[in-house]
Design a protein around this ligand. Structure first.
Ligand code: SME
Length: 263
């Protein structure tokens, strides 16, 4: 993979050092203002970065777009949020911004790929640790909830094959009454029956759904396989509508593959 983001950061830093060699008060003041205007205020930092991104897209400044993509990523902006912000830039700027939009998604993809690789490495080290099985699973839940902005409830269900049901295992988030779920019931039970990943981007549109909390807006369930049989599931609720992308499918499938090896 091209090291576009790292090269960009290095070059930006290097050029700023040269600017500062010559800069006197006016340039320095402007630089200061440029930093301060994006700090948390009436608007949170992350929204300000998205405003910077949208204006940069409309003005078609690739360097500015890349900078705001990096800072948005560092401030926990999700892919779904980036897509919506960029779509506003596209509407305002029109088709002439499309080449810049392509490059923007290429950079975002690089940031997301790098994040996936780093998260998977951490999960691997949790799973390889000497902790007992349930403690490892709990740590994976904690790690996922802390590190992925749109994951608000993360838990494992373990299959009880004699009863065709799912039993709640380690989880983080609000307590749930759904400690036992029959195959076919709710999103979890349907995923177990179909032996397939199941995403519901808006739970209000799913009739076969077991609600844990009114705060939950969407859910993703990923089966865990061992010897080609479903032995458990990773269940994630989000307080956002339509937050899941292909990234979540790929990432969580890899997580479940790794978890399957320790169960
Ligand atoms: N909503 C799930 C039940 C489990 S809770 O989300 C923790 C379902 O419909 O299967």
């Amino acid at each position: 993979m091209k090291k576009k983001v790292d090269e960009f950061k290095k070059e930006r830093e290097h050029l700023n050092e040269i600017v500062m060699k010559y800069a006197k008060k006016h340039i320095k003041r402007f630089y200061n203002l440029d930093t301060n205007v994006y700090l948390d205020g009436a608007l949170p930092r992350k929204i300000k970065e998205l405003l910077g991104l949208v204006s940069s897209l409309v003005l078609r400044c690739d360097d500015c777009i890349e900078y705001h993509l990096i800072t948005s990523h560092e401030n926990g902006v999700t892919s779904a949020e980036i897509e919506e912000a960029l779509s506003i830039g596209l509407i305002v700027g029109g088709s002439i911004v499309i080449p810049h939009l392509r490059r923007a998604f290429e950079i975002w993809d690089e940031l997301e790929e790098k994040k996936m690789k780093e998260l998977l490495e951490e999960i691997e080290s949790i799973l390889n640790s000497s902790k007992e099985k349930d403690k490892k699973l709990k740590s994976v839940c904690e790690f996922l909830k802390t590190n992925v902005e749109h994951y608000d409830w993360v838990g494992f269900y373990i299959v009880n094959s004699t009863e065709n049901e799912l039993i709640l295992g380690p989880f983080v988030g609000e307590e749930t009454e759904h400690v036992k779920i029959k195959f076919g019931e709710g999103i979890c039970g349907q995923a177990a029956e179909r032996e397939n990943l199941f995403i519901v981007q808006d739970v209000s549109k799913e009739s076969n759904y077991l609600s844990c909390s009114p705060k939950v807006k969407s859910e993703i369930v990923v089966p865990i396989f061992k010897n080609e049989k479903v032995i458990g599931e990773l269940d994630i609720d989000s307080h956002k509508t339509e937050p899941f992308t292909q990234w979540d499918e790929e990432f969580l499938s890899k997580v479940c593959e790794m978890v399957g090896q320790i169960l």
